[in-house]
Design a protein around this ligand. Structure first.
Ligand SMILES: [Fe+2]
Ligand SMILES: [Fe+2]
Length: 201
């Protein structure tokens, strides 16, 4: 399916506001892919469709999880929006005919992150935080970090998410915490793969 075809179909699946966000994430992911040497077309496509399952009602989300064999834990049951990345990845394959495994993984990973996620997933994860239509306390810090390294931006982004979750009194999923600890570990060990190369300690 062409990008234009995907855009048309996507517009029927999500709200106009979410569609604008998706196009913005596509463009931001493209820029980050250029900067960090990732496949620009893959980053663009993953950015465009990353939220294709975000508009689904919880019961539809749960039905699709059953259909696709996605295991729902207790926290996901209480916060069904945590599932939209994994469900979206399956829809990207079935509805949009995307069959590239790392692209599908980037869609699945974008909601909570995943320790060990690859460069494409890191890019989409961060583009979702810093696309130009976003406005929330702390976004500048994440955008600045993204100019330095993907891992720094992941930590800054998740710090913001956690602060927001605490403030709202919502449930915090351990996958989010594990992703933060993993990215922080990469930074502390100097093992930053997709940022500034560290030549001395
Ligand atoms: Fe999302
Ligand atoms: Fe998003």
């Amino acid at each position: 399916m062409s990008i234009e075809g995907i855009k048309r179909k996507l517009q029927g699946m999500i709200s106009p506001r979410r569609f604008t966000h998706s196009v913005n994430v596509m463009e931001t992911a493209e820029q980050l892919a250029h900067k960090y040497g990732e496949d620009v077309e893959k980053a663009a496509l993953a950015g465009l469709v990353h939220d294709c399952a975000k508009g689904l009602a919880p019961d539809v989300t749960f039905d699709l999880c059953k259909k696709y064999g996605i295991i729902i834990d207790e926290i996901m049951r209480k916060e069904p929006s945590l599932l939209h990345g994994m469900v979206g990845s399956c829809l990207a394959r079935d509805v949009f005919g995307i069959d590239c495994p790392d692209l599908l993984a980037a869609i699945a990973d974008h909601t909570m992150g995943r320790p060990g996620m690859d460069k494409l997933s890191r890019i989409v994860f961060i583009a979702d935080y810093i696309e130009p239509g976003r406005d929330y306390p702390g976004i500048e810090k994440i955008a600045e970090a993204a100019q330095e390294s993907l891992e720094k931006a992941i930590v800054a982004g998740i710090d913001c998410t956690i602060a927001d979750i605490l403030q709202k009194g919502k449930l915090l999923h351990p996958n989010t915490v594990e992703t933060r600890n993993w990215a922080l570990g990469l930074l502390e060990s100097g093992e930053v793969r997709y940022g500034k190369v560290q030549t001395e300690k």
